[in-house]
Design a protein around this ligand. Structure first.
Ligand code: C5P
Length: 303
């Protein structure tokens, strides 16, 4: 049996540069893999079978795990099957890339189980066809810049470990709808690209590489946040709680609805989470997270 972790991601920075002819949006984003992770196990079987401990998640053909497995079968011509079980810990449809990470782990797990020996380039091209965020989860470092749809990733070496408090309200948001509304806003003349106060990705990168948390806090950004707040007002309430308990900055991840607060260190994250648990809505899921270890990401362990 092969057992793999599938970590979540945050977008520390997300600019939407414009709509592309293929309907997707050109992005400039800074990804961070964090230590909140799903777990997948892979065992040999005659056919492909997916199961999950979370009954709310479909294990049918729309599941990205099955799509990833079928893509690998089609590309390799293998007749092998697999029994894949998912233990779900990452909140679903919350902007944390859980489904994309599961798909990336499936490519890695089945590449090994089926002895395909595909290299990074082949896996990356399969990953990009599965979803915009999937290639990032194959990236060798916990931080990477994503461009294009988000699928063209440039790893960032030697970045420090960050500590965050992650809060997920009950509401789920549709990524497609949030992007569509951005287009309408822009078509009505409210160009989201031309606001002078928007920090640049090079500033954020510089701050990250220098380990300057104060500068990094000033550079966090997400163009999708205003529309996500309009659709889900608790996001703004969560952010004001995180600020009042001392977080250096707070942002939506991806298209939401998860929100993170950047903390100075592990101790501050602990204090913020404790204060928040005492005053928050019982429907919010609150977690202390940190940057994932690079070594844990792609290591397949055979049992
Ligand atoms: O690539 P993925 O399937 O994860 O994207 C989900 C949806 O998010 C797309 O159907 C599209 O509406 C929107 N999207 C976008 N531009 C991107 C990434 C996603 O418009 N760069």
């Amino acid at each position: 049996m092969i057992r793999l972790r599938a970590p979540a991601k945050l977008n520390l920075y997300l600019r939407v540069l414009g709509r592309r002819p293929d309907g997707y949006h050109e992005l400039e984003t800074l990804f961070e893999r964090v230590d909140l992770a799903d777990e997948l196990t892979f065992e040999s079987a005659a056919t492909l079978q997916v199961s999950c401990d979370d009954a709310s998640l479909s294990c049918g053909e729309d599941n990205l795990i099955l799509k990833a497995a079928r893509a690998l079968q089609a590309c390799s011509g293998t007749k092998s099957g697999a029994r894949i079980h998912l233990t779900k810990r990452i909140p679903i449809a919350a902007g944390l890339g859980g489904g994309s990470s599961d798909a990336a782990a499936t490519l890695l797990g089945l590449n090994e189980l089926w002895g395909l020996r595909y290299g990074a380039e082949q896996l990356l091209s399969l990953a990009a066809a599965l979803g915009s965020d999937v290639p990032f989860f194959l990236s060798p470092t916990p931080f990477a810049i994503g461009r294009g749809r988000g699928e063209r990733c440039e790893p960032i070496q030697n970045a420090p470990r960050l500590f965050q408090v992650l809060v997920t309200p009950r509401e789920r948001l549709s990524t497609k709808e949030i992007y569509d509304v951005l287009d309408q806003t822009r078509n009505q003349g409210g160009d989201f690209n031309l606001t002078a106060a928007i920090p640049s990705i090079s500033m954020v990168l510089h701050a990250l590489r220098n380990g300057s948390l104060g500068e990094l806090a000033k550079g966090l950004w997400n163009d999708l946040e205003p529309e996500a707040i309009r659709r889900c007002p608790p996001i703004s309430l969560i952010q004001s709680h995180l600020r009042s308990f001392g977080c250096l900055a707070t942002r939506l991840s991806g298209s939401g609805s998860s929100v993170f607060g950047l903390c100075r260190d592990a101790a501050q994250a602990q204090t913020v989470a404790t204060q928040l648990r005492a005053s928050a809505s019982p429907t919010w899921r609150i977690e202390i997270i940190q940057t994932d270890s690079p070594s844990l990401v792609s290591s397949a362990s055979a049992h």
